[in-house]
Write a protein of this length. Structure first.
Length: 203
């Protein structure tokens, strides 16, 4: 249930098909769990999809607390700190992908310069390789996070195949989208809040 609850939390509003795709769980299993969540008033159905209710957010917080209680807090903090070292790099990379400097001015990157784009993608591979041990460590401690590693790999493969929308598009399961969601997972796993992290300059 935790994976499904987190999919609803991260997406805000989404479909059964989307939850199944995000979590890797069987469609019928997801549908059955969401139906139970609706019955328990932990989720509600809208014309645009399912979403968590206020009661559901509290229920999910309880599940996350139960998960944290079984983990080594110091080890999770260390994983999060290592992630934070690379998060700023990824944010700068996405900015550089969207904007570039031309004659001293910042302009929208129209992706007409293949060499420039290739240099950004090369940097992405470096970040991906650097963060891989930390993500593997996180997944070893909380196995449900292994799905994020799979999604990041799929996004990177799509980028390498020429689908550059998979680097930062908010409408796709892009590398940046998955990274953002993994960031939220690690914040919660460490028992922190995004507001606290933003105040500390790690949002």
């Amino acid at each position: 249930m935790l994976e499904i609850g987190m999919a609803l939390r991260l997406k805000g509003m989404t479909s059964i098909d989307a939850i199944a795709g995000l979590t890797g769980l069987d469609h019928d299993d997801v549908e059955a769990v969401v139906a139970k969540m609706v019955q328990a008033r932990h989720a509600s159905e809208t014309p645009r999809g399912f979403r968590l209710t206020p009661e559901g957010k509290g229920w999910l917080d309880g599940l996350l607390a139960d998960e944290r209680a079984l983990l080594d807090g110091e080890a999770i903090d260390a994983i999060y700190d290592r992630f934070s070292e690379h998060n700023a790099e990824l944010k700068q990379l996405v900015s550089d992908w969207q904007l570039r400097e031309v004659e001293g001015e910042q302009v929208i990157n129209d992706h007409s310069d293949a060499d420039y784009d290739a240099s950004i993608i090369a940097r992405l591979h470096e970040i991906d390789a650097a963060i891989a041990p930390s993500f593997a460590d996180a997944a070893a401690r909380a196995p449900r996070l292994g799905r994020y590693i799979e999604r990041l790999a799929a996004a990177l493969a799509a980028i390498d195949s020429g689908d550059h929308s998979m680097l930062a598009s908010p409408l796709e399961d892009s590398y940046h989208t998955v990274w953002f969601e993994m960031h939220e997972e690690l914040i919660l796993l460490a028992g922190r809040t995004r507001a606290d992290e933003a105040a500390a300059g790690r949002s």
